[in-house]
Structure formats: C-alpha cells, structure tokens
Write a protein that binds this ligand. Structure first.
Ligand code: NIG
Ligand code: FE
Length: 424
C-alpha cells in the first residue's frame, strides 16, 4: 500500500534541495545545491513528506493532486532575512538629492533619512501600514519570497513602535508568507531626543523592549515558536557601540534573539559585539575589517549582506561576501527593502547583484537566499530547504536550471509559488 500525500509535484528537470541538516552552509558546501534530477516531492499537511527521484516518490506515495513540473526547476521558497517593509510614504526626493551628489549619511544628519519616514509612519494608522506592506509582500511572494523578517524602527516612540508591531501582527494573520518580527526601536535618534541620545537608549531599554517582549509573549508568533529579535543600527550618526551594547544586552535579558546593523558605512566594532553576545546575525558588513571577517567566520552568527543597498545608493563598494564565504562564515543575502536605501522587493535581483559585484556563484547566492537566510532568523529547522519534515515552501521556475534565478536580470522566472503546501 502506498503512503498517502495531499500533493505530489513530480518530473522536475531538477530540484535544488539546499539541504543542510547540520546548520547553515559554509565554505565549499555553499556551492552544493543538493540537486536531484527528474525530482519529485510528496507534500502532506503543508509539509514535505519526502523528496527524491520521481520514480521513487511515485512508487511510495499516492495523492489526489499532482503537478507535472516537466522542464521546470524547483527550489525552496526564498527567505528575506532583513526587511523594513512596514513604512509609510517614500523618499523619492532624497533619491534625487543623492543623484545630485548628496550622501545617505549627509541626508540623515540634516534631519532626513530614517526620521523622514518616521514622520510619515507616525501619521499613518496601523491599518494603512498593514495594507501598504501587504501589497509589497504580495509582490515579494510573486518574486519567490515565502518567509520575511520584518523590523519596526520607523515609530521611534513607545506608542509608534508598538503600532508597528501591531501592523506586523495584522500582516501575519492575513498574509500567506511566514513573518518574523524584529524590534528596532534603536534605528535612529528621533528629533525630540537630539542631544540626549543616551536618554533615548534608556527609553528603548527600560520601556520599549520590555513592552515589546510582553506583546510577544501573548502573540501568535510566540505560540507558533517564531522568535522575536532585538536589533540596533550601530553607525556614526545613529547608535555608538556602547549604546548598541546596552540595547542588545537588554534584549538578551528579556530572552529575545539578537541582530545588529553593523559596518554599513563605518566599522565601529559591531561584529565583535554580535559575536560576543551570540547574535543570530550581523547585517550589512560593507566596511568590515579582515580581523572581523575572521571573527565572524569562527562564530555561529550568520553574516547577512544587503547588496541592493549599495546598488541603490549608487556605491561602487560592496561587502566582501567572497572573503566571508572563503573564510568559512555562514553568509546570507537579504533585500533590506526600505524606502531610503533599498526600495527593492526582489530576492532574485539581490542574488543577481551578489553574483556580479560580490563574485558569488549562482549556487552560492541561492544557498545564501534560502537555508542560510533561514538560520539568520532562527527558522533554520523549518524553512529554507526542501527536506522531509520542513514546510512545503517551494518555487516552480519557468526554466530547467535553477541558476537562472541569479542569471536573469530584472524579470521573474518564478512561475508558481507553493506555500505550506498550497499554490498561492
Ligand atoms: O538597513 N541602515 C539602517 N537601516 C536601513 C535603512 C533604513 C532607511 O533608510 O529608511 C538599512 O539600510
Ligand atoms: Fe536595515
């Protein structure tokens, strides 16, 4: 008697499983996609029951529904491990200022940047924030992203940051993507605290983070075993290393996972802090020193690089992702979608930039956008690879070779998205 499944996807030209049962991929393993030719998956109750050669899967399972994926490549649903997808307004004026020669940090110091999005976000309702973000998540899903980390950080007051968490919860209840919340009260100094930066950090540590942790304890995220992270923007003009340490230590004391924006423009020591505190990830890494590359490589912290930022800011300098992989760091890619430095919903575009400007191979970019990204947000045991027991999150491409995800530029090779076993 064959075992029963709900759905069998079969006859795929190739399946890139990105399988990595023992944690994120490093070094030479980054080039290994765990390919299965003429591959099939059996899906039951939203999860992968088995993956293997079509002949074996069809002999072992019967299912009321089948998808013939002949001539198509299949890969895991993409995981976007760093986003600011909840925001109001845009920064098209700053885009033009930068084209005319202003820099991101100059605009920020002059009271624009993150604080200008803060003004728009504070003025928006939770419903409007969720509605606008849902449209962006829809587009991301069409481009293959099935799991998304989402940060707060455009409220910058207790009330407005909690409203952002409310919008993320509303999205999680209504959108098919799996969402992971991150509390980023320490994203920028709000204008009312200018000159009193330490007092703002005290507000984050004493009031915001405890309220966020209390919100999380009663949330569906906690019930589903999805973590809440605490994050901080460690940068000249944002938060110093000492201030970042205060924020992350407070997050850790509350039992939250940790992340940090480090070395985007200036190396302030954020990598060492992240590694010392056992952070899940350290993100940006554009200005990271060779010593910190080695430190990160020797740790369990995932390095997340965000090359759409460099691209959008018109920079010719990119994080040395090649050195990170070669040193043995667990490297992940993310969009950083936000209205200032990366209005980019597309993980395939990020993979394409990483291949061209950071010298990743397409296979390395795909592992960085799936299994390693899942580890960067604490979901490495649930999503990011096609292995028995994991969520049935997969993409059927309109091409027979998964490398086309990173090779093609500016289009969409994703033909069908299956999320938790259902075609969306
Ligand atoms: O990751 N660097 C800090 N935060 C975002 C930018 C957010 C914004 O400019 O609105 C980033 O690049
Ligand atoms: Fe960011």
């Amino acid at each position: 008697m064959p075992e029963t499944a709900d759905l069998i996807v079969h006859s795929a030209a190739q399946i890139a499983t990105c399988a990595s049962p023992d944690g994120p991929k490093r070094g030479a393993a980054m080039r290994d996609l765990g390919l299965i030719e003429d591959g099939a998956l059996a899906i039951r109750a939203g999860r992968i029951a088995a993956v293997g050669p079509t002949r074996d899967i069809r002999a072992r399972f019967s299912a009321p529904q089948a998808i013939d994926a002949r001539g198509r490549a299949i890969c895991p649903g993409l995981v976007d491990a760093h986003t600011h997808v909840v925001y109001a307004g845009d920064r098209i004026g700053e885009f033009e200022q930068r084209i005319a020669g202003a820099t991101y940090l100059e605009i920020m110091e002059a009271g624009g940047g993150i604080v200008s999005t803060m003004r728009a976000t504070r003025a928006a309702s939770v419903e409007a924030l969720a509605r606008d973000a849902a449209a962006r998540l829809d587009e991301m899903l069409r481009l293959g992203t099935t799991t998304v980390e989402i940060k707060t950080g455009y409220g910058l007051s207790v009330e407005a940051e909690m409203a952002m968490l409310g919008a993320i919860a509303q999205l999680a209840a209504t959108h098919p993507a799996t969402l992971v919340p991150t509390f980023l009260g320490a994203h920028a100094i709000p204008p009312e605290y200018r000159g009193r930066e330490d007092a703002y950090v005290t507000l984050v540590v004493d009031e915001m983070l405890p309220q966020a942790a209390a919100w999380y304890r009663d949330s569906t995220f906690a019930a589903d075993g999805v973590p809440l992270f605490a994050d901080v923007f460690c940068e000249r003009g944002a938060f110093t290393l000492d201030q970042s340490r205060r924020v992350l230590e407070a997050g850790r004391a509350l039992g939250l996972g940790l992340k940090i924006h480090a070395d985007e423009f200036t190396a302030l020591g954020g990598v060492g802090l992240a590694v010392a505190l056992g952070a899940a990830s350290v993100d940006h890494l554009d200005a990271t020193t060779p010593a910190d590359v080695a430190r990160l490589a020797a740790s369990d912290t995932v390095g997340v690089v965000l090359p759409a930022v460099n691209f959008h800011l018109g920079s010719h300098h990119y994080a040395d992702a090649r050195a990170l992989i070669d040193a043995g760091a667990a490297l992940a890619l993310a969009t950083d979608i936000n209205p200032g430095s990366a209005p980019c919903p597309s993980m395939p575009l990020v993979m394409a930039i990483a291949c061209r400007y950071q010298r990743l191979l397409p296979a390395e970019a795909l592992n960085a956008a799936t299994i390693n990204a899942a580890h960067a947000i604490g979901l490495g045991d649930r999503v990011g690879s096609l292995e028995a027991g994991k969520a049935a999150d997969l993409l059927i491409l309109n091409t027979a070779d998964v490398r086309h995800l990173a090779y093609q530029l500016g289009g969409n090779v994703v033909e069908r998205v299956i999320k938790n076993g259902a075609v969306v």
